[in-house]
Design a protein around this ligand. Structure first.
Ligand SMILES: [Zn+2]
Length: 350
C-alpha cells in the first residue's frame, strides 16, 4: 500500500468538488467538518462503502451472511443500513420530531442529503446541516462495533454519539462557544450559532483607567485536569501580580468560577482595592453578576465571591473575548499540571 492519508485523499476528492452527481459538501461546513467524515458521507451517497451487499457483489464470502446486523431481517444495503432499517429510521424520526416535522422515508441517502436543508425549522442552519454527517458516522461506528468488537446494538448509543459529535465539532470550530454538552443534549432549538458566524473584529486587551487595576482570569479544563490563572495589571500595562495553579473540579465552568474567586482572594490578601475582573467565560460572568439561575453545586464559591466583592472594592466582573485574555489563558493551562502554585504579588513600580 502506498502512502495514503485521509487529507490527501480528500484533496483529490475535493478537487472534483464532490459534484459528480449533484451533491457536494456545502462550503460553509468545510471548516467545521473533519475531512474524514466528509469523505465518508461522500462515499455513502455514492454507495462506495463496504456494506455487506457491496462486499458480496465483489465476491467476498461473508461468514455470517449478508443480513443487517441491527434487525437481522434483510440484506445490509447502504440505504437499509443508514435509513430503512427500522432500528435506524427511529433515530431519523426522533431528529425530525425534535424539529417538529413529519417526513416520509426517502429512498436513498443522496435523496436525504438533497432534501435535508429544506426540512429545517428551529435548529441553527450549520448545526442542522451537520446532523446527517454525525448520525451516519454514529451508525457506521455502531455497526462496526457490533460486527468487529462483539458489542450489542444500542440505538441510544448512536443517539448520544451524534449529539456528542456535533458538540465536539462545534466546540473545535468555535472556541468561545458558550454552550456546554448538556445544552446540546437538551435539544438544539436554543443553540444559536449566529454569534460565531458573523465575522467579528479582533478585540485586544485594554488597560484599565486611572488607578483602577484589572485582573484577567481564566479557567482551563483538559483531559480531566483543571487549572486557573490570573494576571493583574495597571493602567500603564505593568504586571503587578499573577497566579497559576491546579484545582480539583469536574467541569470547565467550575474552573472559570474558581478563577474569579481566586482573583478576589488575591485582592483581599494583598489589600488591593478598585479591581476590575475580566473573564472569557460568559457563563461564569453571568453567575457572578446575577444571583438567580446560579448552579447549586457552585453556591459555596459564588457566596464567597459575593462576600469578597465589596472587600476589594471590585468594580465589576465583565466578559472579554478570548483573544483579549491570552495571558490568563496561558496561566490557566500551565496551572493544570503545576505542582507548586504561582501566587505572586510584585506591587506597583514608581
Ligand atoms: Zn436492519
Amino acid at each position: 500500500m502506498g502512502l495514503y492519508s485521509v487529507k490527501s485523499m480528500c484533496a483529490v476528492v475535493e478537487a472534483r468538488r464532490f459534484t459528480e452527481e449533484g451533491w457536494s459538501v456545502p462550503q460553509f461546513l468545510r471548516p467545521i467538518l473533519p475531512s474524514k467524515i466528509a469523505l465518508f458521507l461522500w462515499q455513502v451517497q455514492k454507495n462506495r462503502i463496504a456494506s455487506k451487499e457491496n462486499l458480496e457483489q465483489r465476491g467476498v464470502v461473508l461468514e455470517n451472511g449478508a443480513s443487517c446486523i441491527f434487525c437481522l431481517s434483510t440484506t445490509e444495503t447502504v440505504a437499509h443500513l443508514f435509513l430503512h432499517c427500522p432500528q435506524i429510521w427511529m433515530l431519523w424520526t426522533a431528529v425530525l420530531q425534535r424539529e417538529g416535522i413529519m417526513w416520509s422515508i426517502p429512498e436513498s441517502v443522496s435523496t436525504l442529503l438533497a432534501e435535508w436543508s429544506l426540512l429545517r425549522k428551529n435548529t441553527s442552519r450549520i448545526l442542522w446541516e451537520l446532523i446527517p454527517y454525525a448520525l451516519c458516522w454514529g451508525i457506521w461506528m455502531a455497526r462496526n462495533n457490533v460486527i468487529f468488537h462483539d458489542k450489542l446494538f444500542d440505538a441510544e448509543v448512536i443517539w448520544e454519539s451524534h449529539v456528542f459529535l456535533l458538540f465536539t465539532w462545534i466546540r473545535a470550530w468555535w472556541k468561545d462557544c458558550p454552550y456546554d454538552a448538556s445544552q446540546f443534549e437538551r435539544g438544539f432549538s436554543k443553540i444559536d450559532l449566529t454569534a460565531k458566524v458573523s465575522v467579528r473584529p479582533l478585540i485586544p486587551w485594554k488597560p484599565p483607567q486611572g488607578t483602577i487595576l484589572k485582573f484577567n482570569v481564566d479557567g482551563s479544563f483538559q483531559s480531566g485536569r483543571a487549572g486557573i490563572g490570573g494576571i493583574l495589571r495597571n493602567s500603564a500595562r505593568e504586571v503587578i501580580g499573577e497566579f497559576s495553579r491546579k484545582v480539583e473540579v469536574k467541569r470547565a465552568d467550575e474552573a472559570e468560577v474558581l478563577a474569579i474567586l481566586y482573583a478576589l482572594l488575591f485582592g483581599q490578601q494583598f489589600m488591593i482595592v478598585s479591581v476590575q475582573i475580566e473573564s472569557d467565560s460568559s457563563l461564569a460572568v453571568d453567575w457572578v453578576s446575577e444571583t438567580k439561575n446560579r448552579p447549586w453545586n457552585l453556591s459555596n464559591e459564588l457566596n464567597m465571591i459575593d462576600y469578597l466583592y465589596p472587600l476589594v472594592a471590585c468594580c465589576g466582573v465583565s466578559h472579554i473575548l478570548r483573544e483579549g485574555n491570552m495571558e490568563a489563558d496561558e496561566l490557566a493551562k500551565e496551572g493544570c499540571s503545576r505542582e507548586v502554585p504561582i501566587w505572586k504579588y510584585v506591587g506597583q513600580q514608581g
